[in-house]
Each structure stands twice: as structure tokens, then as C-alpha cells.
Design a protein around this ligand. Structure first.
Ligand SMILES: [Zn+2]
Length: 177
């Protein structure tokens, strides 16, 4: 997935997660954490948004572990989650969720991710996949953008109660999909 697809899909998944009440509200700090976290795993790709910001780390990680290697592993994702739980901070919780959603997003791409890194370089992918930057990815991102446009319109237009109803409806639609 491209950077902006990761951000928008992760924010959408974050909204779904908080809807199911994991003791978190979809606050600004949580959303910012998700957005940052959803870009972090691609630090192993020098051409990515985050990789361009830290070329030395990025080149090192790519050379040693390969793109979608260690930074996309279940081990690192679990460590980030465990560390995040030591802090009572919504931005850090968001960061951990964003990281997880990024790895999940790449797991659904055709090239998959090295979930068992550093033990194995074997890549794993979901049974149904999309091609990176292909029409499948664009459709997923488009639906997520629609979700946010609709939601933002509702925030501006409707009362709090009807907003809750409409979020309910959007989420019900996603679940039916
Ligand atoms: Zn990635």
C-alpha cells in the first residue's frame, strides 16, 4: 500500500476498533498516533515517506532484513503493543494500532509480509489479496475516504444523536461487506 492508503485505511480501522469499545475514544491524539504508526513499518523502504526522512536507518534495515521484513513481523508488532501498554497515553496506543493496521494492510497485498522475521524470510499473504497501487488498493482507499467525508459532513451538519446513528449505519454497512 502507498503511504496515504495506509493512513486512511488505518484511521478507518481505528474508528471501527473504538466503536467496539476497547476502552479508547477516537480522540485527536489517538488519530494522530494511528496516522504516524501506520507509516512507521515502511522505514525499511528508503523510497517510502518515512524512509526518505531517515535514509541511513532505512537503507540499513532494507539491506539487512529486506523490505517488509523485520519491521513487518509479528514479533516487532507484538513488542510495540506490549511497550505501548506500559504508557497511559492515547497517542502511543494509537501508534501501536496504526503499526498493526499497516502490517495487516500489507498482509492483504499480493507480496505479503515476512510475519516470522527474523526467524524466516518467508512471506505470508491473506487468501484474498490486492496488488500494491493497483485498482483493488485504490478501491479500498476510496471507500475509506468516503467514510471520512461522510462522517465529517455529518459532524458539520447533524446533531450529536443523529451523528451517532449515522456512524452506526456506516459501520453496519462495513460489517455487512
Ligand atoms: Zn509496509
Amino acid at each position: 500500500m502507498t503511504g496515504h492508503s495506509h493512513v486512511v485505511t488505518s484511521l478507518t480501522l481505528g474508528a471501527v476498533v473504538t466503536f467496539y469499545d476497547v476502552g479508547l475514544d477516537f480522540s485527536w491524539s489517538f488519530a494522530i498516533g494511528i496516522a504516524i504508526g501506520s507509516l512507521l513499518p515502511d522505514i525499511d523502504e528508503p523510497k517510502s515517506f518515512i524512509g526518505r526522512k531517515c535514509p541511513f536507518v532505512s537503507n540499513f534495515l532494507k539491506r539487512v532484513f529486506g523490505h517488509r521484513g523485520l519491521t513487518h513481523s509479528a514479533l516487532i508488532t507484538a513488542i510495540i503493543f506490549m511497550v505501548s501498554e506500559q504508557f497511559d497515553s492515547t497517542i502511543i496506543s494509537g501508534l501501536a494500532y496504526g503499526y498493526l493496521f499497516h502490517v495487516l494492510g500489507d498482509f492483504f497485498s499480493r507480496r505479503g509480509v515476512a510475519l516470522l522475521a527474523p526467524l524466516s524470510k518467508k512471506r505470508f499473504a491473506a487468501p484474498i489479496t490486492y496488488k500494491t497501487n493497483g485498482w483493488g488498493e485504490k478501491m479500498i482507499a476510496f471507500v475509506c475516504y468516503l467514510f471520512w467525508i461522510y462522517w465529517l459532513f455529518d459532524i458539520l451538519r447533524l446533531s450529536e444523536i443523529s451523528l451517532l446513528f449515522s456512524i452506526n449505519n456506516i459501520l453496519a454497512f462495513f460489517i455487512l461487506l
